[in-house]
Structures are given as structure tokens and as C-alpha cells.
Design a protein around this ligand. Structure first.
Ligand code: ACO
Length: 322
């Protein structure tokens, strides 16, 4: 059988850091509230003019270097984002040209916070079908661009960043299973109301902002992720004890702890970056993966469970041997 294997990882973060103490000056909040409810201590925020494509390009270059693959060898780019630089061309096309990978297929996937996991699932299928041999999978966001900095319920939660992996066809595992789901019936719990054909208003930012019912999202996320990890283990023919590392979407430490508990995993086998990066949406899982690889936590041959949950709702996972 043909498997797809991760042969290199990379990530990129804006230089500017906004701490919880900085946010105390912007809204009625406290470091203590943010830390105990979410686990977040700081987030990186894109500078003026710094785009999703900038972060994606840097993350991709680092992943290519780690894999020892030239941009010209890439035959597909799939980029998960909900904050594209412009409406079109897709950010995948903008990044392709900057990398010098012109000619290969390139497209964006919008699945909110599950964007990277969706992109990975799609890329895996392209490789397993024989269509592609070397694929760049990117998750990149500048979510702070759609944050209302006067709304404490949401502005404390998000940050900017990108991560990327090079995925290559291989006779060795590889990705064992990916699971992708959506339920469009919960739009009003988590969304950004503005688009091309609906929603323009005279509000600040032309109404471009995140709308969220946090407590409801929290409950659905925990429940959904529980059944997602069950499904993924079953699809891969594995059990909890086969997993070496859980690399979850970094939205909230309490959601992460609930998933770890369901998997009977102690927190020292869970990769946590939410304290430093906050919720970077599609950037979160590949950022966490790259940090775990570069810090020496994740080793070749280990089994990793990656998962995410986000607006849509969407939820998706992958179980793979690194
Ligand atoms: N600082 C201080 N107080 C705040 C803040 C803040 N930044 N934000 C809200 N509060 C207040 C609320 O107004 C509320 O006050 P009240 O009791 O007087 O009405 C109080 O804190 C408690 O609010 P809760 O909603 O009960 O707090 P909760 O424990 O649910 O935590 C949170 C809120 C962090 C948003 C949580 O529900 C959560 O993380 N939900 C998941 C949402 C999420 O992760 N969204 C990201 C996108 S989807 C994804 O990636 C999973």
C-alpha cells in the first residue's frame, strides 16, 4: 500500500507578543481570569501589513528545508485558512509563487480551526490515490485581524501563526487514518458574519469580527472530540495505549485536558502550546507539531493523534506514525 509520511515540519510566528497584562490595559479582564479559564498566557500578533501568506511562506520554507525537498519538487499545495490575504487568488497560489513551486495544483481549504486537519486529510487522499508524490500542507492564520479588541469574551482567546508539513508518498506508514466531519447546523454559535454577498454593516471593521457563544462551543467541542478520538482509534485499528503523543487543537487547556482524560493519557504525553500561542485556528496543530519535533519531544517511529474542532462546526483528526 502507499502511505503518506511527514518528512519535514516548519512553523512561523509574528515577532510581536501580546501578554495577558497587555490585554488588561485594553479590556476589563485579568491575567488570572484568562489563565484559569483558558491556559493562555500570551499570543503573537501580526504586525501591520504582515499577512497569513507571509507566515505560511516562512513555515513552508522551514518545512521544505527540514524535509530536504526543493519547492520545485512539490506537486500539490493545500492550505487551511479562514483568514486569506485576499479573496482570490487563494493564499495557496500566493504562497506557491513565492516559494517557486509554480505549476503544481494549489488551493485553500476553509474549515475554520479544523483547516489544517482538513488539508492534511485531503493531501493524504491525493497521495494514496497516486495523484501526488510530494505535498505541502499548510495551516496559517492571522485571526487577530478579525478580533474586536473591545470585546473581552473573544479578544483574549486568539493569536496569529502558521505551521506546515511536507507529506511524501512512502511504502512505510505514515498516516493510518484521517476522519473529517462537519455540522452546519450550529452557525450562530461561532462565526464571522461578513462575506461578499451578505453581512456588510457600518460597524467598526465593516463588521468583520468573530461572534461566539463560548460556553456552548466549549460543551459541544468536548463532547464531539470524545467521539472523534474513539472513531479515529477504530479507523486505525488501535487503542489508547498505542498513542505516544496527543497533539490537539490549541483553543483552551480545559478542552485539551478533557480529551487527554478520555484517552487515559497523562498530560506529559500531550503537546501544549496554547499558553504561548493562544488559539491560532488552522495554525495551531502544525505549530504544536513543529514545536514538539524541534524540541525533541516527538521522535521518529512514534504514533501521534492530531485533532481539531472549530467553526462550522467542523472537526477532524489524523492518526499517524511520525
Ligand atoms: N475577562 C474577565 N471576565 C470575562 C472575560 C474576560 N476576558 N470573558 C468573559 N468574562 C466573564 C463573562 O462575562 C462571565 O461573567 P458573568 O458570569 O458575570 O456573566 C464570566 O466571565 C464567566 O463566563 P463563562 O462563559 O462562564 O466562562 P467559561 O468558563 O465558559 O470560559 C471561555 C469562557 C474561555 C470562552 C470558554 O467557554 C471557552 O473556551 N469556550 C470555547 C470557545 C473556543 O475555544 N472558541 C474558539 C474557537 S472554537 C475552537 O477553537 C474550539
Amino acid at each position: 500500500p502507499i502511505y503518506s509520511r511527514i518528512t519535514g515540519t516548519g512553523s512561523a510566528l509574528p515577532e510581536r507578543i501580546l501578554t495577558n497584562a497587555d490585554l488588561e490595559k485594553l479590556v476589563e479582564t485579568s491575567d488570572e481570569w484568562i489563565r484559569t479559564r483558558t491556559g493562555i498566557r500570551q499570543r503573537h500578533v501580526a504586525a501591520e501589513g504582515e499577512t497569513t501568506g507571509d507566515l505560511a511562506t516562512l513555515a513552508a520554507q522551514r518545512a521544505l528545508e527540514a524535509a530536504g525537498v526543493k519547492a520545485s519538487e512539490i506537486d500539490l499545495i493545500v492550505l487551511g485558512t479562514t483568514t486569506p490575504d485576499i479573496i482570490f487568488p487563494s493564499t495557496a497560489c500566493l504562497v506557491q509563487h513565492r516559494l517557486g513551486a509554480n505549476g503544481c495544483a494549489a488551493f485553500d481549504v476553509n474549515a475554520a480551526c479544523s483547516g489544517f486537519m482538513y488539508a492534511l486529510g485531503v493531501a493524504d487522499k491525493f497521495i494514496k490515490s497516486g495523484q501526488s508524490k510530494k505535498v505541502l500542507v499548510i495551516g496559517a492564520e492571522t485571526l487577530t485581524r478579525m478580533v474586536d479588541w473591545t470585546e473581552r469574551e473573544t479578544c483574549v482567546l486568539f493569536g496569529d501563526g502558521a505551521g506546515a508539513v511536507v507529506l511524501e508518498a512512502s511504502g512505510e506508514p505514515g498516516i493510518y487514518a484521517t476522519c473529517l466531519h462537519a455540522d452546519g447546523g450550529h452557525k450562530e454559535l461561532l462565526y464571522n458574519p461578513v462575506g461578499v454577498s451578505a453581512g456588510f454593516t457600518d460597524e467598526p471593521n465593516h463588521g468583520v469580527r468573530i461572534r461566539m457563544a463560548g460556553r456552548e462551543v466549549f460543551k459541544v467541542a468536548v463532547k464531539t472530540l470524545d467521539s472523534l478520538v474513539d472513531e479515529t482509534l477504530q479507523a486505525a485499528g488501535m487503542q489508547e495505549s498505542d498513542i505516544d503523543w496527543l497533539i490537539p487543537h490549541q483553543a483552551n487547556l480545559r478542552i485539551i485536558e478533557a480529551t487527554a482524560k478520555r484517552l487515559k493519557m497523562s498530560m506529559d504525553r500531550v503537546v501544549v502550546t496554547v499558553d504561548k500561542h493562544a488559539n491560532t485556528s488552522s495554525g495551531s496543530v502544525p505549530l504544536a507539531l513543529d514545536f514538539a519535533v524541534r524540541s525533541g519531544k516527538v521522535q521518529r517511529g512514534q504514533n501521534l493523534l492530531l485533532e481539531a474542532f472549530g467553526g462550522g462546526f467542523t472537526w477532524a483528526s489524523a492518526l499517524l506514525r511520525y
